[in-house]
Design a protein around this ligand. Structure first.
Ligand code: ZN
Length: 182
């Protein structure tokens, strides 16, 4: 080689030796990379399948890469979660009439899902659901809206007082109110 190029010997897939010069081999590698990249771009469905398979085969690596992505992109991830949660909330609120069933306020920031006959938290605990998961079920129609209504935060507190939920915890306050009313 007059240009000082090194000779590289490589086996091909059938085990035969191929002889390249070093610069040729670099060029070939670059070409192959480019070809692979284009293939991935042209086959998004296939890539999705491979990715899903890889995730299934490497659950702990997948979890780690998700964690690391989340750490690196905290704000993006959090705001996406917030947006998603609000979308679900608004859907639930509109499916329950969009207003507080007592005072009629329609500000979604203060509206809460209420079980008409009480026992909501016990039901969620029994089903091992978080509030968030419960909302999702209402939004996608897998939980009935029967027995549910909307109350704003204020009316919800008053409602709970009237049901006697808090009476036991604040006996003196409760007595004072009763005295005032009578
Ligand atoms: Zn209200």
């Amino acid at each position: 080689m007059s240009n000082g190029d090194e000779i590289v010997r490589k086996r091909d897939s059938s085990g035969r030796y191929l002889t390249y010069s070093f610069s040729e081999s670099l060029k070939a590698r670059k070409r192959n990379r480019e070809r692979d990249r284009r293939w991935r771009e042209d086959h998004p469905k296939r890539m999705n399948l491979y990715r899903r398979r890889w995730k299934k085969a490497h659950p702990s690596k997948d979890a780690r890469s998700k964690r690391e992505y989340k750490k690196r992109n905290r704000e993006i991830v959090l705001s996406a979660e917030r947006r998603r949660r609000w979308k679900i909330r608004l859907k639930v609120i509109s499916s329950l009439g969009g207003r507080c069933s007592r005072c009629g306020t329609d500000d979604p920031r203060v509206l809460q899902v209420n079980h008409v006959h009480g026992g909501g938290q016990q039901e969620l605990r029994k089903l091992h659901l978080t509030n968030q998961q419960f909302h999702l079920r209402i939004a996608n129609g897998s939980h009935t809206t029967d027995g549910l209504n909307l109350l704003c935060a204020n009316c919800n507190v008053l409602y709970e007082y009237e049901r006697g939920t808090y009476a036991n915890f604040h006996p003196n306050v409760h007595k004072a109110i009763v005295r005032q009313e009578s």
